[in-house]
Design a protein around this ligand. Structure first.
Ligand code: 13P
Length: 344
């Protein structure tokens, strides 16, 4: 796969009106999500839930790609087709999470480092043969007293660079995800400073490791106040500070920025994406790669029962549609009420 083909995939993933569904929760993470709703977590319930999501009628109108987990990329729908084939048939591009999660960074209490580089070249070859066309690696950064350290930002950026270079070598488009967490009582301005510093270091590392900017996507957090901060900014302030931070740090050669939702409610994430796109004038596509903000209402509707498949699919369809509207700044909150009253 040459650089033109990789660039074409990156651009398809951020095609107008479309975004990415992150359905790559690790088994421990999805176990937590299921447990909160009293849904038993087995390989079969995880498979059934993901099948419900992936077979949502009309999903490809708003969803360009789905990020899968190692277990999921090997699973099949009830009709015997692999999930990769189910998605491809709908012209949805399959992707894969390839990191192995964040661990404590030695000597730096409170900082984390994402692992998974050992054997990555071989795993990437296997995932590509299974049908994946893009990859994701998430670095986790906390704001706290004296955190994050520059050492942790550098270590994570280095791993993101190694991952991205190896992905491109294997013919896969890397989604580079440095996530500043919302946990804590930090202000939006602290988040802005930390996000700007993290992205500066990440792009410096990507450049040094010869990652092609045209052949990748960035998956950042929005610039937000910590969950426990007393002053919660409105969507316009979030949008302005997010965009300012990205304009200062992200090369315009990158085709798209796909935000994570990071613990915002589904409605907040859509409102903020909408406000960001309303400002306009950005050199990249500004889209979404939400996990919880796309899936939460669907999981709540499904509840682990076949009877609720239709309701779960409607819930996912609606969230995908609202986020698609938010890509143009055309979303407004009254749409939520319309779906509540009509049940559409
Ligand atoms: P959230 O949107 O739930 O933050 O998940 C996105 C993701 O892929 C995190 O790695």
């Amino acid at each position: 796969m040459n650089s033109t083909e990789l660039n074409a995939i990156a651009r398809l993933l951020v095609a107008p009106g479309k975004g990415i569904l992150a359905a790559d929760e690790s088994t421990p993470t999805i176990t937590k999500r299921f447990k909160a709703l009293d849904i038993p977590c087995t390989e079969e319930t995880r498979r059934a839930y993901r099948e419900t999501l992936f077979t949502t009628p009309g999903l490809s109108e708003f969803i360009s790609g789905v990020i899968l987990y190692d277990e999921t990329i090997r699973q099949k729908g009830q009709d015997g087709r692999s999930f990769v084939d189910v998605l491809r048939k709908e012209e949805i591009i399959p992707g894969i999470k390839v990191d192995k999660g964040a661990k404590p960074l030695a000597q730096f209490t409170g900082d984390k480092i994402t692992e998974g580089l050992d054997g990555l070249r071989e795993r990437l070859t296997e995932y590509r043969n299974l049908g994946a066309r893009f990859t994701k690696w998430r670095a986790v950064i906390s704001i706290g007293e004296h955190l994050p350290t520059v050492a942790a930002l550098r270590a994570n950026a280095h791993a993101l660079g190694r991952f991205a270079a190896l992905s491109q070598e294997a013919g896969l488009v890397p989604i580079v995800e440095p996530e500043i967490l919302m946990d804590g009582d930090h202000t939006i301005d602290q988040c802005a400073c930390t996000t700007e510093l993290a992205l500066k270091i990440v792009f410096d590392e990507l450049f040094q490791q010869r990652v092609g900017f045209e052949q990748m996507l960035l998956k950042p957090n929005m610039v937000l106040a910590g969950k426990d901060c007393r002053r919660q900014p409105d969507a316009l302030e979030i949008a302005e500070k997010t965009l300012r931070c990205l304009l200062r740090t992200v090369p315009s050669a990158v085709p798209g920025i796909v935000f994570l939702s990071g613990g915002q409610t589904d409605v907040q994430a859509t409102e903020n994406l909408n406000a960001i796109n309303k400002i306009g004038g950005a050199p990249w596509q500004l889209s979404f790669s939400f996990g919880r903000a796309l899936q939460s209402p669907a999981l709540q509707a499904w509840k682990g029962s076949d009877e609720n498949i239709h309701a779960a699919q409607e819930a996912l369809f609606n969230r995908a549609k609202f986020n698609s509207l938010a890509r143009y700044g055309h979303y407004f909150n009254d749409l939520e009420k319309e779906t509540e009253t009509t049940g559409v």
